[in-house]
Design a protein around this ligand. Sequence first.
Ligand code: AMP
Ligand code: GLY
Length: 408
Amino acid sequence: MRVLVVGSGGREHALAWKLAQSPTLTELHAAPGNPGIAALAECHPIRADDPESLLGLARSLEVDLVVVGPELPLVLGLADALRRFGFLVFGPSAAAARIEGSKSFAKEVMAAAGVPSAKRLALARPPCVVKADGLAAGKGVFVCRTRAEVDVAMRALSGSGGDIVVEELLSGPEVSLFGICDGREVRALVSAQDFKRAYDGDEGPNTGGMGAYAPAVGIDPSAAEALVEEVHRPVLAELSRRGSPFVGLLYAGLMMTPDGARVLEFNCRFGDPETQAVVPLVDGDLLEALAAAASGDVSGVSVESSGSAAVTVVLAAERYPEDGHRGGAIHGVADAESAGALVFHAGTALQGERLVTNGGRILAVTGRGRSLAEARTIAYDGAELISFPGARFRRDIAAAAVGIGVDR
Ligand code: AMP
Ligand code: GLY
């Protein structure tokens, strides 16, 4: 199979790394890709948010499957455009991608499907959570415990012009659960936990994610299957009933409250950085699974995981998420790999032969082990071997899960 991966982050590097191991792969292409992906695939300088050029690229390469990483091109209709020209696509139509693109649409679908979510509130009164309705790149959610926090949220979001959703403030551990969907059926991948806040102890602003581990504590394969039955299948049935079946990766962001699981959000694509922890644990052939879903039948697919664990630590620029860093020399990637870590590129570039920083989240370092503690040691030992100006990472990824304090 000739495959095109769309995107340029750590998520896409992890996907490319796994797809490259498939015996059915003949050619791997990426647009635009990154220097890490370039070691596995031919990279083409076309941006993920340029659907017309991507369609032209898919046609000229005569690819058999397109795997779309980020949400924006999906919400803009890239999968529809590709399907119109007969391409197999792993990624939902614009109509189905609204499950991520509009929080009020997601709530409407969940209500119709009987899926438990945070209750919508009519008034923004603390405690509550105030959210931008549309895509906000992780910056649209404000957890408000005081009146002053509500005021800050309302000011920030009313300036953005879009609609606002207010919901009840829930508490409990969060779980990211990915389902590979063919429009009707779903196969769950191993559960994960994301670390969204910028600093140790869940302090500081929300980010795209500073680390992850898998499987999430308490969510073994049978618990994951129960959640998929409660959440993913009813949503798939409802989207299908509305004439917009979901083909691609349905990511449920869940909070495990004392009253049971509640959906905080859906994403219409793989999570970043959870993918960098989840995908290395998949035993089966991911390419076969994605192609089967894109063809409309996952019934023969097995994406079981090996029973081991993974921890991913994101190495970010000093000022991330406010700002990124560009042009700083990166050292130590090969050393981290020799020490047993997987290093996924997220915001890197090549200046001649030199690998340099090029973004907010620069690299994601994953350790795998028979236990979470072992995986964590490998990830952190790898992270310590890498350096660039202002490099920063959280020290407490998966710390609570392995039963230790913030200092590892
Ligand atoms: P979202 O993008 O909707 O997943 O929200 C980002 C983060 O905000 C989540 O990962 C939670 O940590 C937090 N959050 C969102 N909704 C709620 C809620 N209803 N109750 C408590 N925390 C929430
Ligand atoms: N890690 C959260 C996300 O991908 O949205």
